[in-house]
Structures are given as C-alpha cells and as structure tokens.
Design a protein around this ligand. Structure first.
Ligand SMILES: [Fe+2]
Ligand SMILES: [Fe+2]
Length: 355
C-alpha cells in the first residue's frame, strides 16, 4: 500500500468522554480513516512524538493545557509541521480565532458541535490531506529521479576523465604512472588541508589532466635528453595553454577544475611562473596543490634530462620553496602528510628512481 492509499488518521483530543464517544462514532462512519483518541493532553504529550496522525481535531478547553498549546507543541515537530489542525471553541472571540490561526490551525468548529458539519469538515480535510500526501510522494519520486540522473551524469563524466587519463598516458608507461602518482599526492595534500571531500575527489580525478596539453608538443622536444634550448622551452611551456584549450568552455565543476590544473600547474606563488604569471591566491587552489605534487614527483623520478633525487632531499626542496614557488599552506600540508606521501612514493618508484 502506498502512503496515499493508507487510512487517514484523525487525532481527536477531547476531555469530555461522552463528546469524544460521539466524535468517534461519526469518524467510524467515514470511509478511509481511523481515529486516534485522547482525553488528556498530558497522555498525548507522553506518547509524543510517536503519535501518528494526519488531521488533528482539538478541543480548546482541556485540563492543564489549552488547545492552542497542544497545536503549537505538535506542529513544532518537523514531522507534524504539515499536518492539518482544527480547533473546537465555545467562544466566538475574534482574538482566540486569530491566535488559533497563528498557532497553525486551518479551521474551527464551534461548540456545541453540529455533527453534520463535523462530518463534512472531516471529509474535506481528508481530501486535502490525500492531495498533500500524493504531492509529497510525487515530489519524492521526482527528487529520486533527479538524484539518479545527476549520479549517472557524474559517472559518465568520471569515465570520460578516466579515458582521457588513459589517452594522456598512452604514449608511455612513465607518463601514465606519473599522472597517477600526482593524483595520489594531490589528494593527500588536499585532505590534509581539510578541504571538502568533494573537492579532494574532484582533484584526484582532475590532477592527471595537468599535462594533457603535451599531446600537442613534438616528441623530439618531450623526449630530448639534456637541456632544452630557448625555442624548445617556449614550445614545451605551451602544454599549459593547449591543456586549457582542451577544456575550454567546460561546464561541470570537475571539467573546470581539470582546466585550472592543466592551465596553471606551472604558475609560481611569487608570480614568476607561466603561462599567465599569476601569483598567490590568484592561482586556483587546485593548481597550487598539483604544482607541489608534480614537482615532487618530477624530482623523485628519473627523466630524460636528470636522475632521480632521494625522497628526503626532494621533500626538503619543496619545503625550501614555500612562499616563493609554492603556496606555504599547501607546503605545510605536504610536510605534515610526508609519511603518507613518502610511502606512496616508495610503493610506486623502485630503488634507482625508475617507475
Ligand atoms: Fe606540466
Ligand atoms: Fe607533470
């Protein structure tokens, strides 16, 4: 049975037992509902918040509490905030009616209660409540569908990024392993900085994209042993611009982060980096983190133009470049997380620095 098919529960709070009996008999004759009777608000409060109801019909004059207090107490709990409250009053004072509306009542019944009117009002409220429940169910269903579609989109996006990572590492195994380690180091640094998990996860996926722009650089430059000449340096540096072009116009947070990382991972904190010469926090945080991860990995592995550095020397170098090349906060996180970073490094690099 869905929620909309179940009986509508009518909470009746009336201290006069004979009146309550009369109400109960009336409610019994209405299809699709059942009664939840109370004569004493104290008992109702003792059972609260476990009391389940859809519509509450509450007498104003009750022992120890008045009906308004009962409505206020019930409607203040989030699961009862949308329930329908009706108050029964003997008085016709405007003040009291206004207070009842303010307390959350949607209707009044005047004493002595006209039983035909009582039944008609309850029928109307049952219809209203059923419509409310059906709408809430539809809303929940829609929300589920939106969540599912969002999750599917995210899944597809992650798949695209992972396939791009594969493409970026296709040229050689070294590149593939480099991008993987840069992702791992970046994730460790970001988590140590206490950044939100969503950001850390995106960064781990985006970090391998940092050198994606190298697909546009000639192999002769990429693989050249020894130093690059001035022209070759200019060409090599273009990988940041090409990377940014690959992700140009990206809409999602993940793809935008991939663009940031690809474009700005060679910027320096003091403004002496490339391609834009950004400094400090003008450099996106993702790129400031990846800059450290990328440099540490470049130092600890062999490249065509250099041998691998010992891990502690590479870490000391990163520490010495705080506030000049790197964001000092990111360097602090890197240093604090060094046991974890060193163990990733050892697990992924063999003794002579080759992966
Ligand atoms: Fe790079
Ligand atoms: Fe790199």
């Amino acid at each position: 049975m869905t929620d909309v098919e179940r009986p509508i529960r009518i909470l009746l709070v009336e201290d006069s037992r004979s009146t309550l009996q009369t109400f109960l008999k009336r409610v019994e004759r209405i299809r699709g509902c059942e009664s939840v009777p109370y004569t004493d608000p104290a008992e109702l409060f003792a059972d609260f918040p476990g009391v389940e109801f859809d519509i509450a019909i509450i007498d104003y004059m009750l022992p120890n509490h008045n009906g308004l207090e009962v409505i206020e107490r019930l409607s203040s709990s989030p699961e009862h905030a949308d329930k329908l409250f009706v108050i029964i009053t003997a008085a016709s004072e405007r003040e009291l009616h206004l207070s009842a509306l303010e307390a959350g009542a949607i209707d009044f019944l005047r004493k002595p209660v006209d039983l035909v009117e009582f039944t008609a009002r309850i029928r109307n409220m049952i219809r209203l409540r059923k419509a409310q429940i059906a709408m809430a169910e539809r809303e929940a269903l829609l929300r589920q569908e939106v969540d599912k579609a969002t999750a599917e989109l995210r899944e597809r996006e992650e798949e695209i990024i992972q396939r791009l990572t594969l493409a970026a590492g296709y040229r050689d195994d070294d590149t593939a392993r480099h991008t993987k380690r840069v992702a791992l180091y970046s994730g460790v640094i970001a988590r140590r900085m206490g950044l939100p998990e969503e950001f850390c996860r995106d960064l781990e996926l985006a970090a391998p994209m940092h050198d994606i722009g190298k697909v546009g650089i000639r192999e002769a430059v990429l693989e050249k042993p020894g130093q690059l000449d001035t022209e070759e340096v200019v060409e090599m540096r273009r990988h940041t611009v090409i990377g940014a072009e690959i992700f140009q116009g990206a809409k999602s947070a993940l793809m935008r982060m991939a663009k940031e990382v690809a474009e700005f991972h060679h910027e320096r904190y003091d403004g002496s980096g490339y391609p834009a010469g950004l400094s400090g926090t003008d450099i996106p945080l993702s790129a400031r983190i990846v800059a450290i991860a990328d440099t540490f990995d470049a130092l600890t592995t062999e490249r065509p133009y250099k041998t691998a550095w010992p891990i502690d020397e590479a870490a000391a170098y990163i520490g010495s470049r705080a506030a000049s090349q790197f964001d000092p906060d990111c360097v602090d996180a890197f240093t604090e997380a060094s046991p974890e970073i060193f163990s990733i490094c050892r697990d992924h690099v063999d003794f002579d620095g080759r992966e």
